[in-house]
Write a protein that binds this ligand. Structure first.
Ligand code: KG4
Ligand code: ZN
Length: 338
């Protein structure tokens, strides 16, 4: 049939994830063992704890993924693995597992940069052709970039955060408000009962025309506000959440618009990464980008860390580098930090 099945593995932070994806688009299985409950107790990820959990879950997740996909090892054409960035002690569990399978089963191993994986989450379960150039806002707990993608494997970073990523700000503000971890989903839920104009929080636009981001000042402003008001009632939390979320969303959407204006040849605008699950961000961007093809991942689990996006990215990088055999290093100009 000539269809290519790639098994992806992702362990860069606190999710042990495996997926099988056919031809970069059709998800045959997507299994995620989340450690959220464990890290919720500490209000964030403790690297040693995350690594130990990966050791426990790696092989069961792999087994479950293979059987859910209906594939045997013979059906798998290649492996794709998150090479970084991420927590080193977490990454190593995935990369070592992939290396061993690749060696024993004699399968090509495709290393995938984590943020490139997030970018490819918008190809999953999409049947029509995606047109280049694509402008992507990829925004998570650990990263926050504006990327111009001119073709498969060709990425230009137009702007990035100078301090915290937006997702990290969500997590920290949720912690200050005593709302738990991860912060993004709970803040957006609580914000539904609040007013976006209750508190006027700062927007860091930076220099005129800058496509970089900064969210640490906003975080500090929320902390100052909490100290000043000395309240912890539900209405207060809802108002702070709504005002904070609006400040983040406004900056993200406006910078994306500026990047589009500066690159008028762009055909599509995409959101990716954990924060692309945010409904308010999708809504505001939907209004701003009504006259251009605007996408976000087909399902919420494709926004946050998953292995389907890694398998998808692996497929397109492999297609581009077909003449390589094992360990294909993408020929791109990555300059992602973090
Ligand atoms: O992509 P991801 O799973 O991990 C990283 O690569 O960092 O993103 C996780 C981040 C967390 O900071 C979480 O608070 C945020 O994504 N997030 C959200 C939402 N869902 C997850 N932020 C805002 N709104 C959401 N609905
Ligand atoms: Zn991620």
């Amino acid at each position: 049939m000539g269809w290519m099945k790639i098994l992806g593995i992702e362990t860069s932070c606190d999710e042990t994830a495996c997926a099988v994806v056919r031809d970069g688009r059709e998800v045959l299985a997507n299994v995620i063992a989340s450690q959220v409950d464990i890290h919720a107790k500490t209000g964030g990820v403790v690297p040693e704890v995350a690594a130990r959990e990966h050791v426990v879950h790696m092989i069961p997740v792999l087994d479950e993924c293979l059987s859910a996909s209906g594939c045997s090892w013979d059906d798998i054409d290649a492996l794709a693995i998150t090479q970084g960035p991420g927590l080193v002690s977490s990454l190593i569990i995935g990369t070592e597992t992939a290396n061993v399978i690749s060696y024993v089963k004699q399968k090509p191993l495709i290393p995938v940069q984590h943020i490139v994986g997030h970018i490819y989450s918008n190809w999953l379960e999409v049947s029509e052709q995606i047109e280049f150039p694509v402008l992507i806002l990829t925004v998570s707990g650990g990263h926050n970039e504006l990327v111009l993608m001119r073709g498969h494997g060709q990425f230009e970073v137009l702007g990035e955060t100078r301090d915290d990523a937006a997702g990290e700000a969500f997590d920290k503000v949720a912690r200050m408000l005593g709302l738990g971890y991860p912060g993004g989903p709970v803040i957006s839920r609580v914000a539904e009962d609040g007013s976006v104009s209750a508190y006027n929080l700062p927007r860091a636009w930076l220099e005129k025309g800058s496509l970089d981001f900064s969210f640490s000042g906003l975080k500090t402003s929320v902390l100052d506000l909490l100290k000043k008001e000395g309240r912890s009632d539900d209405q207060f939390k809802a108002d702070v959440s709504a005002s904070f979320q609006e400040a983040v969303v406004e900056v993200l959407a406006e910078k994306l618009k500026t990047a589009l204006d500066m690159n008028p040849e762009v055909k599509e605008v995409h959101l990716a990464g954990g924060v692309s699950a945010n409904l308010r961000l999708r809504e505001v961007c939907g209004e701003k980008f009504g006259d251009i093809k605007f996408r976000f991942p087909a399902k919420i689990p494709y926004c946050t860390d998953n292995a389907a996006m890694i398998a998808c990215a692996g497929y397109y990088l492999y297609e581009k580098n077909k003449h390589g055999v094992v360990n294909i290093v993408p020929t791109t100009s990555f300059s992602f930090s973090g």
